[in-house]
Design a protein around this ligand. Structure first.
Ligand code: PEP
Length: 246
């Protein structure tokens, strides 16, 4: 039985006051029946770690460098994140693939860098609307995941995967539970074939998950929780989504 995982992706949102209020509410609503984490902007890592200390709510980053160290201005290494106690790093989010031209290989290298320090990468895959309409969804997500599997080899079983259809992110347009489940099943079969223990791995759904659609999505056989953007910024919504997960 896979324990569900719900992860908030704050993106480039937050302030000292807003973060403190949000985290206090999330902690105050414990216990949850799922694993819970928030992925926050780099400057807020320290205060988030302090706010969550002593609780079972984990935290992570929204990216990490593929490099160990060196002349990479603006980059943050996985080892630096780990020093703070970082548990997760989102890699390959579609916003980074689109706005920062991140390739499948670079995403795989970031996942490898994260794992090397003990951080669990949350590897995002997903198709655009044009790709879905062209019937290329399975091809695209399998290609994105294959790059990670190929580089990580026997360590691929350590990742978390997030299926995030690009057309559903921040648009209010959610994949139907059936559409999401179909892609999750494809991804799980790929993970099973590659690692031999795909049945144990967690595959999250992301894309306009809200308090009122979370339960039906999470009820699907291969959906093991969610990566939550906009709704993770509102305590009541994020808490309701976590409750829907268990
Ligand atoms: C995301 O940013 O990963 C995401 C799923 O965003 P939203 O929930 O706002 O669609």
């Amino acid at each position: 039985m896979r324990r569900k995982l719900v992860v908030g992706n704050w993106k480039m949102h937050g302030s000292h006051a807003a973060n403190a209020e949000l985290l206090a509410a999330v902690i105050g609503a414990r216990p949850y029946g799922c694993d819970l984490a928030v992925c926050v902007p780099y400057p807020y890592l320290t205060e988030t770690a302090a706010s969550l200390a002593g609780s079972d709510v984990r935290w992570g980053a929204q990216d990490c460098s593929a490099h160990e160290q060196g002349a990479y201005t603006g980059e943050v290494s996985a080892a630096m994140l780990r020093e703070f106690g970082c548990r997760y790093a989102i890699v390959g989010h579609s916003e980074r693939r689109a706005y920062h031209a991140e390739s499948d290989l670079l995403v795989a290298q970031k996942a490898q860098a994260a794992l090397a320090t003990g951080i669990t990468p949350i590897v995002c895959v997903g198709e655009t609307l044009a790709q879905r309409e062209a019937g290329e969804t399975d091809l695209v997500v399998k290609r994105q995941l294959a790059a990670v599997i190929h580089l990580l080899a026997h360590c691929a079983g350590e990742i978390v995967v997030a299926y995030e259809p690009v057309w559903a992110i921040g648009t209010g347009r959610t994949a139907t539970p059936e559409q999401a489940q179909a892609v999750h099943a494809v991804l799980r079969a790929q993970l099973q074939a590659a690692t031999g223990h795909g049945e144990r791995m967690r595959i999250l759904y992301g894309g306009s998950v809200k308090a009122d659609n979370a339960a039906t999505l999470f009820a699907q056989a291969d959906i093991d929780g969610g990566l939550i953007g906009g709704a993770s910024l509102k305590a009541a919504d994020f808490i309701a989504i976590a409750r829907a997960a268990g």
